[in-house]
Design a protein around this ligand. Structure first.
Ligand SMILES: NC(=O)c1ccc[n+]([C@@H]2O[C@H](COP(=O)([O-])OP(=O)(O)OC[C@H]3O[C@@H](n4cnc5c(N)ncnc54)[C@H](O)[C@@H]3O)[C@@H](O)[C@H]2O)c1
Length: 243
């Protein structure tokens, strides 16, 4: 359970992010700041008692700093940060443009750095907190056509291991973990050809794509006090795709 927790979730408008927000509310969170590039898909949360939607692009460092400044002004406490925002721009190594490399690294790697750097002082001030970042099995095992994405998601794991050491100094109970999803049914994978979807299902021992809820369940566990002695880890949630 996440009873009474104050949580920040990026990329909250759809897919896995939306499932995380709704799961955190069900698990008793006090406040869920739901952040995404714009408010388009979050209108239904405008007057919600727990969910506080806001337009925030994790690549806009100044905007992130000024949004976090409002938290400081309100003396807000943050217990949980979920770095979920992510994009793909797939192509083979020999065809990948510099723009596609930069775009993916900017959101998936630098965006996670920017958000965590901005929120960490609030956790350090309380000497407690939980950071959960979305990696991918592509970040641990690679995948054809995803050089940029693999680099970004591998980097998230490396940053997480670093934070699990750095932020827990002086007795602070600040934990950092990753969830590495396999092949999940969300808008990100909606346009893949049927033959790719069937091939991925056939490679997955549990024989199906994962759901956003499968991932949200793992994230809510790692964010909760039930995971109070787990840090620096990457939990694969992939139906056995990568063993
Ligand atoms: N779907 C999968 O199979 C899968 C597998 C492994 C990992 N993941 C990871 O899980 C996370 C969520 O994926 P999803 O499938 O729900 O994707 P999605 O495309 O359905 O949703 C991603 C959300 O992130 C938001 N976003 C993108 N760039 C942003 C930015 N700069 N600032 C703020 N918000 C931004 C988008 O607007 C969108 O709402 C991503 O980090 C993704 O890499 C997904």
């Amino acid at each position: 359970m996440l009873t009474g927790k104050h949580c920040v979730i990026t990329g909250a408008a759809q897919g896995i992010g939306r499932a995380i927000v709704e799961t955190f509310v069900k698990q008793g969170a006090h406040t869920v700041y739901a952040l995404d590039r714009n408010l388009d898909n979050m209108q239904d949360w405008q007057d919600h008692a727990v969910i506080k939607p806001a337009a925030l692009d994790v690549c806009h460092r100044d905007a992130v700093a000024s949004w976090v400044q409002t938290l400081h002004q309100d003396n807000a406490v943050i217990d949980v940060l979920v770095n979920n925002a992510g994009i793909t721009r797939d192509n083979l190594l020999t065809k990948m443009s510099e723009d596609d490399w930069d775009a993916v690294i900017d959101v998936n790697l630098k965006g996670v750095f920017t958000m965590t750097q901005a929120i960490a002082p609030l956790m350090i001030a309380q000497a407690q907190g939980a950071i959960v970042s979305l990696s991918s099995v592509v970040g641990t095992d690679g995948n054809i056509g995803q050089t940029n994405y693999a680099a970004s998601k591998g980097g998230v794991i490396a940053m997480t291991k670093t934070w699990s050491k750095e932020l827990a100094r002086h007795g602070a109970q600040i934990r950092a973990n990753c969830v590495a999803p396999g092949f999940i049914e969300t808008p990100m994978t909606a346009n893949l050809p049927d033959k790719v979807i069937e091939m991925m299902k056939s490679k997955t021992p549990l024989g199906r794509m994962g759901t956003a809820q499968d991932i949200a369940n793992a994230i809510s566990f790692l964010a909760s006090d039930n995971a109070s002695f787990i840090t620096g880890q990457t939990l694969k949630v992939d139906g056995g795709l990568v063993i």
